[in-house]
Design a protein around this ligand. Sequence first.
Ligand code: SAH
Length: 346
Amino acid sequence: MEIIKKDIRALTKEQLRDFFEKNGDKAFRGNQVYEWLWNKSLHSFDDMTNISKQTREMLEKHFVINHIKVDSMQKSADGTIKNGIKLHDGLVVESVLIPTKKRTTACVSSQVGCSLDCKFCATARLKRMRNLNPDEIYDQVVVIDQQSQLYHQKKLTNIVFMGMGEPLMNYNNVIKAIEKITSPEGLGMSSKRITVSTSGVPKMIKKMADDEVKFNLAVSLHSAIEEVRTSIMPFNEHFPLDDLRESLEYWYEKTKRKITYEYVVWEGINDRNEDVKALIDFCKYVPCKVNLIEYNPIDDGQFQQASSSAINNYISNLEMHDITVNVRRSRGKDIDAACGQLANKS
Ligand code: SAH
């Protein structure tokens, strides 16, 4: 009878140890294989050099190692690299390497497509096809770390969940991936250098606080006025600002970690004084900082970056109220690798 092969990386270390014990080997063999699979990111059982040939053949009979493949790679003039990543079932997501002087950041996807419908985001035009598995998220980080070392001679320093998808709608897998990314048996990166960006799912923000996660939280706010936010991020109707605010207060109370608000200023949408004032009021609830993100146009011209005087108006007013504000220049725009431009054009 033919054995239906399982994805070996869906097994926990305990399950791998059990597998070896049940097959008349030492449980310790599970630890060795686990290390090859995660820490060394091997694609083939044959390369597991401290495992006997017989054992490798046995593994081959029972399991597959599903690995992502870099399907396409584009390099921007500013050093940003956008990867089209093919998953084992043929679907494609995008992951981006963003180098700066001080750090190199991986921007990773958490879903194929997205179930939210933010009007200004290219990914929103693809409907959500499926969640990524923990190993598919982990592998994106591995690939980008390798590219960082190859093209920029330095290791990856930061990870942001700002690629395709809404990470809090795939919470369990994102958490499992982060556990592996931060574990010494995986990549051993610090949670402090990981940021999960959400459009704001209050129930899940509270859950993260309860789970005492150690990474950073960014919220794509874009407006602190209910009607305006709903018009550009329609799901806001179901997760209104009061609920979001309450969940953020809960987060801060439990974690004592500042929140970052991501905010794009668009002409005729949120560039009035009352928009600025609403943001300043919203910022008073919880210790936070604001990242003003440059708008990356997505074809249809419905949204336009506000004038520099409107943006300066935001900056000066926020600063006047002692709110830290950074202006985030967009990266990789020439190859559609910037925020909100990830949409598998190919
Ligand atoms: N779903 C998550 C993460 C993906 S979007 C979230 O909403 O946070 C990553 C960031 O890019 C978010 O802050 C999002 O609001 C922003 N973004 C989306 N489209 C954009 C665009 N066209 N230009 C600039 N930023 C955009």
